[in-house]
Ligand binder design. Sequence first.
Ligand code: C6P
Length: 407
Amino acid sequence: MTNFPVEKIRADFPILAEKIRNKPLIYLDNAATCQKPKVVIDSIVHLYSHDYANVHRGVHTLSVRSTDKFEGARTKVKEFINASNEKEIIFVKGATEAINLIAQTYGKANIKAGDEILITAMEHHSNIVPWQMLCEQTGAVLKVAPINLQGELIFAEFEKLLSDKTRLVAVVHMSNALGTINPVKKIIASAHSKNIPVLLDGAQAIPHMKIDVQDLDCDFYVFSGHKLYAPAGVGILYGKRALLEAMPPYQGGGDMIRKVTFAETEYNALPYKFEAGTPSIADVVGLGAAIDYLNEIGMDALAAYEAELLAYATEQAKHIKGLRIIGEAAEKGAILSFVLDKIHPHDIGTMLDSLGIAIRAGHHCAMPVMVFYQVPATARASFAMYNTKQEIDSLMEGIRSLIEVFG
Ligand code: C6P
């Protein structure tokens, strides 16, 4: 293993000292949500203890302090993903809300009956259902690019599905069910050659790799704070400024307006046009603290360490008879989805919990992926920068003991 300072990092996460069923916690459910470092927790406590008031509304000192922290976090996000302007960073609740926002604003304004929206067969429900809803509302058609048994997008089929009716491509950057990292630059270049905008669902990619939206040249990029060591309740919609400017607002209310009369309303400028109502102020501040923390560690160092963890876990899993890995793409992030002969994934999850090991078992909100692999569910261990090789050894020992007893 590289000299990544994993023990120092572990000490920053209070919850990792918890005992679960009298055993040290081994938290391998990071794709569902990851744990929070003390600096993030402290940033929230500090805000509520010293600086808290509503943002953008008051001239009093606390409101100014709160607003400065809130807008400071926007700048941090802008720099973290290398957007060109703060106006391109919209605070939302999470990836799900961001995709719904795009479907109901950009989608309704630009997609009509007979038009096509192209997604892939490995999408999370959040990148399927909002498009189905839009199709129902408009008469548009949802097209799905297939995957192969390794869990990779079949790029030639994807390209064939890009037609002169395609109005939007919406693709997951890294699959939560399989770990697959999609060839997003190729996807974007191909779609752009036909003037089709591309939305990337970055919910899983964002905590594992450096994201540069200008280099990717994606039109929209969405993610949730809670998978990026930040609190739940805040997420990001990045959009290219020209697209966002042209989109109608999503929700009406306070802060998203410039002038209201009973006759008409003039909307506010970006990014506020899309931020109706009092936002999740403390969560946004927590997201800023999480970004500072990650910048100190370095996303490249983190990615290299997690790649080692995944390679080690995959190698170990391959030695277990009766274990089948679901998702073996050549480009993969730190997710190991698997099934065991004769043991249901829910039983795997429950039995591992008795050893203090937290994994997720289920369809991972990607039911079509389960249908494709003809499994009811999978067990999924997902790794973060605070996980260790020793924890992976414990996971494998746990799986072996299950097979011995129940397999
Ligand atoms: N996946 C998982 O255990 P929200 O719920 O809005 O924060 O994120 C939704 C979402 C969108 N896209 C992808 C690729 C995702 O993985 C998720 C969330 C969690 O895999 C909870 S189902």
